[in-house]
Design a protein around this ligand. Sequence first.
Ligand code: ZN
Length: 341
Amino acid sequence: MFVAGIRSIDRVRGGGWLDCPNCHEHASQDVVDEMRFLALLGYRFTPFARRRVLVCRRCGFRRPAEAEMPVLNTGGRRLQRAWLVPVGLLPFAVLAAGTLFVVNRHPPSIEDVLSFTRDTAEPVAPVSLRRPLSWNASPQTDSPPPSYTVSDPTQRMVITLRRITDSDSLAQLLANHYMDDNGINDSGVPTSTPATTTVKIAGTTGLTLHFTYTSTGEPAQTALYAFFHDGIGYTLSYVARGQAQFDTLRAVSDTMNASLSFTGTETPAPCPSPSPSPSASPSPSTGASPSPGAKPSSSPSPSLAVGVTPSPTFPAFATSPQPCAGGQATAIPSPSGTPKP
Ligand SMILES: [Zn+2]
């Protein structure tokens, strides 16, 4: 049984009369193109050879045609020639072209378009992440909550990591802070917390939500992630203004979220000072050595050195779910007591 290899096929391309050199009769002769194909299981991929022969209808004698072609009397009919074109390969060529098209149509990774660099969110948080190299990145610890912001040069895509200590649960974190990026120029912002989805981020399980609105007349959207680390809450928001930015920022968020990792444990939040004067906290407090409540291995990273003063590195505000350093707190201040700018 024929499986794969070379297959010979005759194509009768015409005929005529001449004196057969074998049977010596003036007999009808077939002009045959012997085609040789590469074939597999009966499928002919491509012809690769063609040889023209004459076949005597009377005696069946087969011989190369060249010598006798001039004396062949075809009665005026033209002889065609068999095609030597790889018709059998056409479906494969179409398939290959189609595959190439699909492959090229597949959206390129954002990293083909934007260069990323590894950065740290310190001093806001012991967080390492990858961000677009050409975008601005700035930490901010002057007003609560401390935040690390990455934005594209046009400021139409803004990513903000906030370190938040006023929430005890993911749900509370989102409910309290899903509108942190929205202001008076935005309309149509949901009035209650949008539906959330569980997500893996920064080596932990967090929640994410997403909503769209209008920002100075343009479509805008916020994708927000919330997670905890060592009792400290974090929100990470991706705000895109203008429909054209939505897909880009979503691709950037895929890369950034996947790259997000904590490089150290949290510095315990400082105890709220009884006198909420801002100048009071940075004073070198004698009781600022690692608190009794802190884990022994609380400072593996050099940037979180032992004996760090509580406030300047990772400021915390209001109530914190984790034990505070210093231990001189007398009462938990109400959230409304938090100084707000
Ligand atoms: Zn013959």
